[in-house]
Write a protein that binds this ligand. Structure first.
Ligand SMILES: C[S@@+](CC[C@H](N)C(=O)[O-])C[C@H]1O[C@@H](n2cnc3c(N)ncnc32)[C@H](O)[C@@H]1O
Length: 209
């Protein structure tokens, strides 16, 4: 697993600078955390050319492979960065800059001792996302682990910056029908999956950096 410290090395600093560059300007931005094989990221970039799609993933092998696929397809609105999203989003994303955040099939890390260090979607990350998402911006979670969905839904529902979940399928957003590798595997094996879409409320102020 790539560690957070990597982001403070010389190469890590140049990746962080790259993210800050990508976020300059006012193009709408969708950010996928933990894109793995990158099927969703590439599919979304193709489906929504006006959206800048940024992926953050801490497995360098996936980052390199997906970067190659993006180049092969000639996509000029998709970018991938290696790093721990929990750190990158805190350090390098200006408040209210993201339009969409995608957390798709995160590892459940069942053992309690793993939770704290490795579970990606936690109340702490939600605080970071509340600051990074613009008012009206969306947060999409998909999973095949009902307990993950239930516990995540509880802490999002308790967060003052997010509205209650709405139907993702009726959202009319370009990612409806765009799937991840894990999602395709679940569909092939008959494993049920589920999703929740939450929206960042406008009424809650984001705190400055
Ligand atoms: C189970 S895989 C799912 C991959 C893909 N989203 C899919 O549905 O096929 C979860 C991915 O999230 C990445 N990941 C987990 N925590 C992360 C974090 N804090 N920052 C960036 N990537 C993370 C892992 O390296 C892994 O590739």
């Amino acid at each position: 697993m790539g560690g957070s410290d990597d982001l403070f090395s010389e190469r890590g600093r140049s990746r962080r600078e790259r993210l800050r560059e990508l976020l300059r300007g006012d193009r709408p931005v969708g950010l996928e955390i933990g894109f793995g094989h990158g099927h969703f990221l590439v599919g979304l970039a193709e489906a929504a050319p006006a959206l800048t799609v940024v992926g953050v993933e801490y497995q360098g092998t996936w980052v390199a492979r997906v970067a190659k696929r993006i180049a092969q397809r000639g996509l000029d609105n998709a970018y991938v960065l290696k790093g721990d999203a929990r750190v990158l989003l805190t350090l390098d994303v200006p408040p209210a800059r993201l339009d969409h955040v995608f957390i798709l099939f995160p590892d459940p890390w069942w053992k309690a001792r793993h939770h704290r260090r490795r579970r990606m979607f936690t109340p702490e990350l939600l605080d970071v996302l509340a600051r990074a998402l613009r008012p009206g911006g969306t947060l999409l979670l998909r999973t095949d682990v009902p307990a993950y969905l239930a516990s995540s839904s509880r802490f999002v529902a308790a967060h003052p910056a997010f509205d209650s979940a709405e139907s993702a399928d009726d959202s009319g957003e370009p990612w409806v029908g765009v799937t991840t590798r894990r999602e395709k595997k679940c569909a092939n094996e008959g494993v049920p999956t589920d999703q929740r879409l939450w929206r960042r409320r406008a009424s809650i102020e984001v705190s400055p950096t």
